[in-house]
Each structure stands twice: as structure tokens, then as C-alpha cells.
Design a protein around this ligand. Structure first.
Ligand code: HAM
Length: 421
């Protein structure tokens, strides 16, 4: 039905019949993270707009076109967070987490916001999960971080994904790679979009990231960063690849991966599932060794990745994987007659106190309506309370799977239900 106030374009409601799938993803994600020693961090949903402009980059699509920026009543500029890395790094710096010794392993999930044209797998509010390791530049950490993503997808039962990796190399303005890009793109200037002409002057690396078909066609044969790596960066990348091979994580090197955010400096990777269509990247991430310094902290290397639950669910659908089970009550209380109806709420409360999920609907009075409700909710037992049972001080417990029914004292019924919940 249409409403006077429909939800904003590019957003969605997660209805109760689906919410168990989200819960399942949250549980599996946190469980897999815990196996690697990651602890959850929860940061605000809005941050100073400058934080993203400075870190994600003011020539990136996210900042230029997609950020929800607003001013508060005192005229301070904020942004709904478009991604999680900059806020996590901000929190790391602000809370002196480098003092805790060793690299910080932080994971997070929650809504992010990007104003983009909505389509399958792309929303204006989406639910992102991700992790960051701040304080280590070891190539073993790159491999381990990628290993978390692989294990997450395997644990969910997904098999149809592909890991692509690349090395971007630390960007220094005017370096050999940038010069090569300018040299390559300048003769094609007229074929480029307005934005790319600006990028040619301001941030040539961004030329590789434009989504406009004309620009993509030109970028197809552009130089790739992998050919311009310093010997140290090359060695780092080779070690990462060696670890991945020994960890049995299949990957392909794709020198065309650029990533859409400015903070990347080294290993970059994407996990793609081609069956998802245009929005096929399940997970994307990489190394950002300059970001902590940029955000005002003492220089620390960092690496991480993030993905969206929505695309994960699409991938699960593709592979016909159910993702968790809907919550259902263990028992439905069926009250027959006025006296039983008076006793039922307290009975339900005692059962819940014992730890059982209980359904009782006082608006249904007939046996038929109450049994139908029990059937619909998927309860495995009905606890029937009628005048007879009340008089005898017992309850009738019916197993809804096989129809077997027995009269029990309330305490016995609770014990049996707890045993079988
Ligand atoms: P990103 O590539 O911008 O990277 O986003 C990561 C993932 O978030 C995407 O691969 C996709 O699964 C999901 N995603 C992004 N935008 C949308 C959208 N509009 N609708 C639905 N899903 C979306 C980052 O955000 C970096 N912070 C990742 C990172 C962490 N790098 C290092 N650490």
C-alpha cells in the first residue's frame, strides 16, 4: 500500500521475516573476526565532513558526488559516514590506541550512506561490515586480513567468488607512475569527461577509476601501477602472494584494480562475484599506510576491507543458501475458558522466566484459532490450559510434531520444554 511518507529512495525496510538473515550474517561475521582476535568498535554515524574529504579524497566520487553533508544548528559541517575506515582511524588516533601495544585489530558493522543511483546491490543507505589492522606493515598481516574475508565467505557456505589482488604502491605526487599516466591521458584529453580533465591536473590516479564508458575505454590501455612499484613494494607484494598461495586461498593478480578511495598505498584487493551483475564487488580493501598520519596521529601503517550485507545476501540467494533460521517460539500457550485466560499471562511469564520463547495471544479464544496460530508461528509445543487442567493443577503438553499429548505438572512441563528447546 502506498503511504503518505514513503521511505527515501535507495533505502529499504528489513522486515521481520527477513531479519534473521541479517542476524545470521552479524553473528557469523563477529564469530569469524573473533577467531582472528578482532574486537568490535562502534563509531558515530556522522562525523566531521572534513574527515572524509581529507582521507577518502576530495576528488573521489564518494566525496565529490555521493556524500550526505549537512550543517548543524551552529553551522558545523558534518557528513553521514560513507565508509568506515576514516572513522575507525579517527577513533584510533583520538583514543590513543597506539599506546595499547601491538597492532590494533578492529572490526565494525553498521549503516553507511552514499548518494548514488540506486540499483541491485547499490543503495543510499547500506549495511557495511569491515575490519582494520592498524600498526603493522607485515605482508603476513595483508595475507591474514584477506584470510578473514575468505574464511567468512567459506563459513557462510559461499563458493562462487573470486579474489583479485593488486599493489598500488605508495603514491608520491609527481612520481613516475603519475607522470606516465599524464603522458598517456593527455593526448586523449578531448575524449575525457569534465571530471577526468580536472583529475588529469589534480589527481591523475583517479583517471583509472572513472565509471563513464568513454573514459573507461581510454583507461583500458593506460599504464598500470604494478609496473611502477619500488623494489620494496614489489617484494612486499610478492611475499603477500606467497602467503596466500600457502594458505590455499586462490587469487588472481589484476593490475587494473584501482579502488575508489584516495587513501590506499599498497596491496589492494577485491572479492567479486560475477553473478551479481554490475555491482559485483562483495568485499574491497587494501593497505593505507599514510592515513593515520593524515588524520593527525603518529604515522602508523594500516590495512583493512569492507563489504555490504546486501550483496552478501544476493550471493547467498544465488547459491540457494538460506542464511540462518527464523526465530520461532518453543511453545504456544492455549487457554480455553475464562478462568484459563485469567491464568495464562502469568503462566507464560513463568515459562519465559525459565528461558523459553513463548507465544500467547489473548485475542484468540477458540481452540481452533489458537492451534492455527501455533502452527503459523512454527511452535513445536502447545501448552493447553482448560478448566479440567486448572481444577487438577496440571497442564496438557502437546507435541505439535507428532500430536502426542500428556498431562504434566507445570514444573515437569517446563523441564521437558527446556530439554527440547
Ligand atoms: P568500498 O569499496 O567503497 O570500500 O566499499 C566496500 C564494499 O561496501 C563494497 O565492495 C560493497 O560490497 C559495499 N558497498 C559500497 N557502496 C555500497 C552501496 N552504495 N550499496 C551497497 N553496498 C555498497 C570501503 O568502503 C573501504 N572503507 C574499505 C576498506 C576498509 N579499505 C580499507 N579498509
Amino acid at each position: 500500500m502506498s503511504t503518505t511518507y514513503p521511505r527515501p529512495r535507495g533505502t529499504y525496510d528489513i522486515l521481520p521475516e527477513d531479519s534473521h538473515r541479517w542476524r545470521h550474517l552479524e553473528d557469523v561475521f563477529l564469530d569469524v573476526c573473533a577467531r582472528f582476535g578482532f574486537r568490535r568498535i562502534i563509531t558515530p554515524i556522522f562525523e566531521s565532513a572534513d574527515l572524509f574529504e581529507r582521507s577518502v579524497g576530495d576528488t573521489s566520487d564518494i566525496v565529490e558526488k555521493e556524500m550526505y553533508v549537512f550543517s548543524d544548528r551552529k553551522g558545523r559541517r558534518f557528513a553521514l559516514r560513507p565508509e568506515g575506515t576514516a572513522p575507525v582511524v579517527r577513533a584510533y588516533v583520538e583514543n590513543d590506541m597506539h599506546m595499547q601495544g601491538g597492532a590494533a585489530r578492529l572490526c565494525y558493522m553498521g549503516p553507511m550512506f552514499r548518494y548514488d543511483r540506486p540499483q541491485k546491490g547499490r543503495y543510499r543507505q547500506f549495511y557495511q561490515y569491515g575490519l582494520e589492522v592498524i600498526g603493522s606493515n607485515s605482508p603476513a598481516i595483508d595475507a591474514e586480513v584477506i584470510g578473514v574475508a575468505g574464511l567468512l565467505l567459506c563459513t557462510l557456505g559461499l563458493v562462487g567468488w573470486k579474489l583479485e589482488i593488486n599493489a598500488l604502491g605508495a603514491p608520491t605526487t609527481g612520481d613516475a607512475f603519475e607522470r606516465a599516466l599524464v603522458e598517456y591521458f593527455t593526448p586523449h584529453r578531448d575524449e575525457l569527461c569534465e571530471d577526468c580533465r580536472t583529475r588529469l591536473e589534480k589527481n591523475p590516479r583517479r583517471l583509472l577509476d572513472c565509471k563513464i564508458p568513454g573514459c573507461r575505454a581510454v583507461a583500458k590501455d593506460a599504464p598500470v601501477g604494478l609496473d611502477y612499484l619500488s623494489p620494496e613494494d614489489r617484494e612486499h607484494f610478492d611475499i603477500v602472494c606467497g602467503h596466500l598461495t600457502r594458505m590455499d586461498i586462490p587469487f588472481v593478480v589484476n593490475p587494473r584494480i584501482v579502488r575508489g578511495l584516495d587513501y590506499y598505498t599498497g596491496t589492494a584487493f577485491e572479492i567479486v562475484d560475477d553473478r551479481l551483475g554490475a555491482q559485483s564487488t562483495l568485499i574491497g580493501g587494501g593497505r593505507y599506510n599514510g592515513l593515520v598520519g593524515q588524520v593527525g596521529g603518529k604515522d602508523q601503517p594500516g590495512i583493512g576491507w569492507a563489504g555490504g550485507f546486501e550483496r552478501l545476501l544476493l550471493a547467498l540467494d544465488e547459491e540457494h543458501i538460506a542464511a540462518g533460521e527464523p526465530l520461532r517460539p518453543v511453545v504456544t500457550v492455549v487457554a480455553l475458558g475464562l478462568q484459563a485466560a485469567a491464568a495464562a499471562p502469568a503462566l507464560a511469564q513463568r515459562l519465559r522466566l525459565a528461558g523459553l520463547a513463548v507465544e500467547y495471544d489473548p485475542d484468540k479464544t477458540s481452540m481452533k484459532a489458537q492451534m492455527k496460530a501455533a502452527d503459523k508461528s512454527g511452535a513445536r509445543y502447545a501448552l493447553i490450559l482448560g478448566d479440567d487442567e486448572l481444577a487438577k493443577g496440571v497442564v496438557a503438553l502437546r507435541n505439535l510434531t507428532d500430536g502426542a499429548q500428556q498431562e504434566l505438572a507445570e514444573m515437569q512441563a517446563i523441564a521437558l520444554l527446556l530439554e527440547n528447546k
